[in-house]
Design a protein around this ligand. Sequence first.
Ligand SMILES: Nc1ncnc2c1ncn2[C@@H]1O[C@H](COP(=O)(O)OP(=O)(O)OP(=O)(O)O)[C@@H](O)[C@H]1O
Length: 228
Amino acid sequence: MIVFRNVTKRYGTKMFALRNVSMNVEKGEFVFLVGRSGAGKSTVIKLLLKEIEPTSGDIFVAGKNLRQLSSWKIPQLRRNIGCIFQDFKLLPNKTVFENIAFALEVIGKPSYVIQSQVPQVLQLVGLAEKAEHYPHELSAGEQQRISMARAFVNPPPLLLADEPTGNLDPYTSEGIMKLISRINKIGTTVLMATHDKALVDSVRMRVVELDEGEVVRDQEKGVYGYET
Ligand SMILES: Nc1ncnc2c1ncn2[C@@H]1O[C@H](COP(=O)(O)OP(=O)(O)OP(=O)(O)O)[C@@H](O)[C@H]1O
């Protein structure tokens, strides 16, 4: 699903954000990306979304070389990648219900499906009572769960999560993690950048560690692995 082949990313002429990174993530895998602040995790995610270009090397997503992807095909790439970020990216002028409904409308689901699925998924993330609220009326954890619900109704082939539990309490983080695991179990490949030691240590999935832009560890059933 993801191939990085000798990828280097420099910002400016001196700063190496990634150095010669090579890694493969197979379809259906769950991978944690860990490393100190500034190690290059967000850079990996931005490259996968083609928000930035590598200085050298090649990146493939679902068999497509991103370098050869013309700009008009970028929206199509991004439609196939679900994103869960700390800044949520919910549509501010739509209610919680409408935000989730929108994810179904864009794939052409009929109204009766939307009317039954949205309440179900809101129940699942424990926010049924917030359906008519707007994103700015929700706490950070609640917004995060809404973006999860959105990914859940329309599971993408690839889900990228950058610090999805960053500012959440342990209980809510656990709930988010359970949902991401469920999405993964139904076939979505997940790459999750995180500093959440407790979470990584509790589920024992593959861990790729970056340090100063280099892959220094790639471990099956890994642990977080360094002291913060
Ligand atoms: N637009 C930019 N211009 C210059 N340098 C940048 C830019 N974006 C990131 N960097 C630098 O590249 C390096 C890698 O940054 P990146 O955001 O990928 O780290 P990270 O591992 O995600 O960190 P964190 O855990 O703090 O989010 C850092 O040293 C950062 O300062």
